[in-house]
Design a binder for this molecule. Structure first.
Ligand code: G1P
Length: 296
């Protein structure tokens, strides 16, 4: 049993090929696609920092080096902005890598699935609880962020926690789906978890979104997890195994999730963030209103 109880590390599986966004993702990592002017992966890292996490572990694959560059110091660019006295842009650039935050990059040799990606982090995590953040689920709330809410719950409950939300019953085949026991307000113990069940066999419409806090016991489970849905080593299957030994909670977070792994979700996120963007929001709103008039 782990003696370290604070969540200080987050795993970002970023080795996926992003085929749903081809041709955009032929040579650009899907995690670098921007919502207005900020890449998805940066939103994810900022959410982890807001939760008090200080070690960001990226599980990368071939042709994902631009993600590493994004979180590295850009000397030439900084010098150029300094010379031109563009202080605001310089500050923006420097804020991408927050102070006291370390980045670790691990290569996933083969894309064998989310469970396999998480297992690749074991040598860096050791015997500690840790977060997993999937950058294509962009989750926002007005104050703390989804992971900060989960870390707070972890500090009280000391067990694995999965963020969940209700989805259209027709869409269960895109998610890990849980059945829960009696709820204590925002959270409930998970009784059953299944990866991507068809609607007719799904145990509910409560879907796991891309935010997890896991105890290190998950690594022993992952070591024996066989290929499941889609022929991949699924994190969901390892969690199903973990449930036999430990409590795992489903947590209904506060905030909005944008499914940026789908084209429609990505477009919606861009429109809504455009309407919040301090330089763009007024002009963008005028444009949208005019467009709606033309269309109606
Ligand atoms: C993964 C998980 C799934 C989870 C989903 C959330 O699926 O395997 O259980 O519900 O993330 O986004 P993916 O979307 O990578 O296929």
């Amino acid at each position: 049993m782990s003696t370290i109880t604070k969540v200080t590390k987050a795993v970002f599986p970023v080795a996926g090929l992003g085929t749903r966004f081809l041709p955009a993702t032929k040579s650009v990592a899907k995690e670098l696609l921007p919502i207005v002017d900020k890449p998805l992966i940066q939103y994810a890292v900022e959410e982890a920092v807001a939760a008090g996490i200080d070690t960001m572990i990226f599980i990368t694959g071939r042709s994902k080096n631009a993600i590493i560059d994004h979180f590295d110091k850009a000397y030439e660019l900084e010098t150029e902005l300094e010379n031109k006295n563009k202080t605001e842009l310089l500050a923006l650039l420097r804020s991408i890598v927050p102070p006291n935050v370390s980045f670790v990059f691990i290569r996933q040799p083969e894309p064998l699935g989310l469970g396999h990606a998480v297992a690749c982090a074991k040598p860096v995590i050791g015997d500690e609880p840790f977060a997993v953040i999937l950058a294509d689920d962009l989750v926002e709330d007005a104050t703390r962020g989804c992971m900060a809410q989960m870390v707070k719950l972890y500090d009280e409950q000391h067990c694995s926690i999965l963020a969940v939300e209700r989805v259209n019953p027709a869409d269960t085949g895109s998610y890990g789906i849980v059945r829960t026991g009696e709820s204590s307000g925002t959270h409930a113990p998970i009784e059953l978890i299944v990866e991507k069940p068809k609607p007719e066999v799904a145990p509910s419409n409560l879907a796991v979104i891309g935010r997890y806090i896991l105890t290190p016991a998950i690594f022993d489970k992952l070591a024996t997890t066989e290929r499941g849905a889609g022929g991949e080593i699924q994190l969901t299957d390892a969690i199903a195994d973990l449930l036999k030994d430990q409590q795992v909670l489903a947590f209904e977070f506060e905030g909005t999730r944008y499914d940026c792994g789908s084209k429609l979700g990505f477009l919606i996120a861009n429109v809504e963030h455009g309407l919040l963007h301090k330089e763009l929001k007024d002009d963008f709103l005028v444009y949208l209103k005019n467009l709606m008039q033309k269309l109606s």
